[in-house]
Design a protein around this ligand. Sequence first.
Ligand code: GDG
Length: 741
Amino acid sequence: MNKKLYIISNRLPVNIETVNGQVQVNVSSGGLISAVSSYLNYAGEKGSTGFDENIWIGTPCCSQAEWVQAKEGLVKSDFTYLPVFVNARLYNLYYNGFSNSVLWPLFHYFPSYAEYKIDYYESYSAANANFLDVVIRNAREGDTIWIHDYHLFPLAAMIREHLPSVTIGFFLHIPFPSYELFRLMPTQWQQGLLEGVLGTDLIGFHTIDYATHFLNCLQMVMGLGSENNIVTYKNRLVRVDVFPISIDFQKYHAAFSFKEVASLRSFYKQEFRDKKILFSVDRLDYTKGVFSRLKAYEWFLNLFPAYREKVVFIMVIVPSRDTIPKYAERKKEIDEFIGNINSRIGTITWKPVVYQYNQLSFEQLIALYTGCDLALITPLRDGMNLVAKEFVASRQDHKGVLLLSELTGAARELTDALLINPNDLDGLARKIKEGLEMSEAEQSRRLVRMQNRLIQYDVNTWAEDFFTQLANIKKRQTEFEFMFLGQDAKRLLYQDYHLASKRLLLLDYNGTLVPFSPLADQSEPGEEVLSLLANLSADQRNCIYLLSGRNSATLDNWFGLLRLNLVAGHGAKVKRHNEEWLVDRYIHQDDKWRELVMPVLDLSVKRCANTYIEEKEFSLVWHFSNAEPQQAKIRAGELYSELLQLTRNRNLQVVQGSYTVEVRNKGIGSGVLTRTLMSEKAYDFIMAFGDDSTDEEMFKELAGTPHAWTIKIGNEASYAKYNLYTPQMTLSLLNYLHTPV
Ligand code: GDG
C-alpha cells in the first residue's frame, strides 16, 4: 500500500498575497519551516523520506480564490501542499488569541501577558477540528502523521478517534513550561491540551527540561506516571523524548563562499571599516530580549567609553504578529529606544545602532553572520534558537564570537559560546567587551568545537532520529499488545482448564480480584467475587489458594465459609481448608522490631503531609497515595534506603509498593509457597493471578512449567506470560472458565 507522510503545521511554508491585482507566492521563513523544509529537501535529493509521498498540511493564509490561482505556481518536488481553510474570525481567535495570547506568553514565562478568554479556547478547538477534516479526508491507517507545534495540541487525539492505529508524532518547537506556569490556565484547558497530545505515539521536545516539565504536568494534572519516559494512556504506550532541532549545516557553511555573499560581506565591512560589528536578527517578539539587549549595549558604551565610535550594532527585526497589541507596543518601544541611544550617545559621524525593521535576503543574512565580529543572541526564553546555530555553521573562517543567552535551548548544546543571563545587564555589557577582545585563536577553538556538534546532529539527523524513535515505539506497542490475553489465548486456556482433573489456582486478592485499595475495610469482597469463589471452589477438581497481605482475622471473616485455602500477611500465615492457621516457621514471634521501625515511619509522616502508617499483624506500612506525588516519591526513596540499613541482618523484608513502603516479617513468600504446593501434588493445570511485585516470585517459579498459566493484572512488564488490564477482567475470565463446555 502507498504510505504517505503528512506534515502538519499551522502555516504552509508559503505566503500568498495579492499585490496590485497579482497573486504572489513567497516562501515563508521561521524556525519550523526552515528545519522541516531542509529535511524534506535533503530526503528528496537522497531518494526519499522512506514514504511514497510527502504532503504538507497547513493554512495558506489566503482566500480559496487566491489559492486556486496560486496553486499552479506551487510545484515542489519534495512535497505537495494540502491547504486548510479556517474562516478569518475563527483564525484570529485561534491564532492571535489562544495560540499567541495564551500559550505563547505562558510557555515563554510571560504569564502576565496571557489573556484567558473563553472564546479563545473554544476557537482553538474549533480550528483544530478544521485541520482534522482535511486529515481524515486524506490520511489512511498505514500513513504517518507528524504534527508540529503549540497551535495543534488537540489534533492528535481527534485524529486517533477516526484512525485508531495510525502513526502520529508531535514536536513542540517552543519551551514546555514548569507546572507552576502551566497550572495558571483553567484546569479544563490544561487537561484538553495534555489529552490531545497523548493521542500521539511520540512527543518530542528540544531539551530534557521541557520533556521533564511535560511529564511532571502529566503527573500533576492527570495523575499519569511514566516509566523510562513512556506513558501508558488509554492502553497505549506514548513515548516522550528529546530531539534538539538543528540546521542544514552544509548549506550555511558553504554559503560563506557564495559570490553574492562575499561581495555583500566586503561591502558591509567597508561601510564600517574602522569598527567592530555586533549583529542580531530576530522576529519581533518580546521573548527575544531585544529591549534588554539594547539596554545592555547602552550600558556597555557607558561602562567602556573607549569603545564609542569603535563599534556599531546592526540590529535587524523581522516583522511578526504585529496585529497583536503586545507586539505592536514592543515595536514602538524599540523604535523609540534606538532613536534615543543614537541621539544621546551617537555623533554626526557615528550611529551606535543601525536598525532595519524588515526581512533580509538569505545572502544578506549570511553576509552579516560572516561579516560581524560578535553575534548577540539574547532571548529571555527561546525553545531552541536556530539563528545561533546558523551563525556558528556559517563561520567557515573560524572567526567571530557567539554571545548566547543561557535561557535558549541552543545553550544546552553550544556550551562554547559566551553564555549569559539576558537579565544581567551589567554581566551582558562586560561579556560584550570580553567577546570583542577574545583572541582569534580562542574564537577558532570555540567555533570548531561548536561546529563539530552541529555536524554531528544536523537537521537531517534530527528528523531521522525522530522517525526512528517513532518506529521503535510503534514496535513496542505491538509487543505490549501481544502480552495481553487475547481471544485465541483465552480459547486455549479454556481447553486446558476443562481437560484438567487436578487444578491449582493461585489467586492474589487485592488489586487482582478487587480494585487495589491500601485500606482493608475498602477492599471487602462484594457479592460477585464471593459467588465466583464459591462456584470455583465447589468444583472438586480445583484447589484454590487465596493470597493476601491482609491479616488472618480479616480473611477468616470474609472467606471463612468457603472451601478455600488462605494465605495471610503475604505468606506469614497459611490456613488450609478445614485446618488451623499456621504461622510460617521462619517468622519470629518477637515484635521488638516494631519499636525500631515505628519512629522512622513516624518521621516520614511528619515530613510528608497526607501520609499515614498502617499497623498490620506482620508488618508496618507507610502509605503515601494521597500525598503530593513528587515529594512523596523522594521521601519514599529516602525511607526505603534507611529501612534497608536499619533492618539489615534481621528476618525482615522491606518492600516498595505503588504507594507504600512496607516492613514485614519474612514470610514464606509466593515463590516458595508455589514450589511447596507443586511438590505436594501432581497438578495437570496451574493458574496464577497477581498484580504487584510480591507476585513476581510466583510467576518466576511457574515460568516454563507445563500447563501453567500466569496472568498479571495491570500493564507493567512482568514474569507472567499474559496481562489483563483490570480486576474486572480477572472476574470475567474466571467466570468464562467456569462455564461448562
Ligand atoms: C521557533 C522557536 C525554535 C530570521 N530572520 C530572517 C530569517 N530568519 C530565519 C532564521 C532562522 C529562522 O528564521 C528563525 O528561527 P529561530 O529558531 O531563531 O526562531 P523562531 O522563528 O521563533 O522559531 C525557536 C524554532 O521554532 C525551531 O524549532 O528554534 O525557539 O521559537 O532559520 O534564519 N531568514 C531570512 N531573513 C531574515 O531576515 N532569510
